[in-house]
Design a protein around this ligand. Structure first.
Ligand code: F6R
Length: 236
């Protein structure tokens, strides 16, 4: 594991964007695994900046997002598809047909899980996965539990996650209670992983996840076993 400590959100975002842009430059047909949430917004902003300067070309890139809420349509401003479009895809020259987010509206969610795993496999897996981390150690929506869930699955969100995400909604009652998320196996199969942890309030979980025992009670702790993990944080 490589741990990069920075002293500002801007520097953290720049470090993450550096690694992502190197990936795209070295392999224009990269498959990028992407995350939503507040942490990667600065990274996407930095990549858009470099794209606008003519330094990056996303025309051959494919993306697969980690997760989506169940029951939210793509044009719902709280959906992760909408987040990705407005924070990243709408501002770069990526082919939207190559951008993938689980479909939270599929009436058969089991089928949707299988479809998403098959899609990732058909793409040859993920070259570089960008992750955030929840205060309870979740990655994607892989919440703490008794065992690691390997494949794409449906989760009942923990009250702490619903509470943390309520900041993006009008009221806590509007936060969906279920989500679809990529499993630990697809994440761990990524050739390279970057995890960003922004802010002092992530200090405790960073310590537990990367300097404590590997346990499904702290899902991110499994990343300690990944051969190419970079953790970028601005906690002391
Ligand atoms: C979102 C995701 C989540 C977030 C995590 C941290 O796609 O995968 O695991 O990364 O909840 O969220 P923020 O960055 O808002 O603190």
């Amino acid at each position: 594991m490589k741990l990069i400590k920075t002293d500002s959100y801007e520097k953290l975002s720049r470090q993450a964007a550096n690694i992502l842009s190197a990936q795209v430059i070295l392999k224009p047909r990269s498959v990028l695994g992407l995350a939503t949430g507040s942490s990667p917004i600065g990274t996407y902003r930095q990549l858009i900046n470099w794209y606008n300067k003519g330094d990056l070309d996303f025309s051959q890139v494919t993306t697969v997002n980690l997760d989506e809420y169940c029951g939210l349509a793509a044009d719902n401003p709280q959906s992760y598809r909408y987040f990705m479009n407005t924070n990243f895809f709408d501002h770069i020259n990526i082919d939207k047909n190559r951008t993938h987010v689980p479909n939270g509206l599929n009436p058969d969610m089991e089928a949707e899980c299988h479809r998403y795993d098959a899609l990732i496999e058909s793409l040859g897996g993920i070259d570089l996965q960008l992750l955030g981390i929840g205060h309870n150690g979740h990655i994607g929506f892989n919440e703490p539990k008794g065992s690691f869930e390997k494949t794409t699955h449906i989760v009942d969100l923990k009250p702490s996650t619903i509470e943390a995400n309520a900041r993006f909604f009008e009221s806590i009652d509007e936060v969906p209670k279920r989500a679809i998320t990529m499993g630990i196996k697809s994440i761990m199969n990524a050739k390279k992983i970057i995890l960003i942890a922004n802010g002092q309030d992530k200090k405790e979980i960073v310590k537990r996840a990367f300097f404590g025992p590997v346990t499904p009670e702290v899902p991110a702790s499994i990343l300690q076993l990944h051969p190419d993990l970079t953790v970028i944080c601005n906690v002391d």
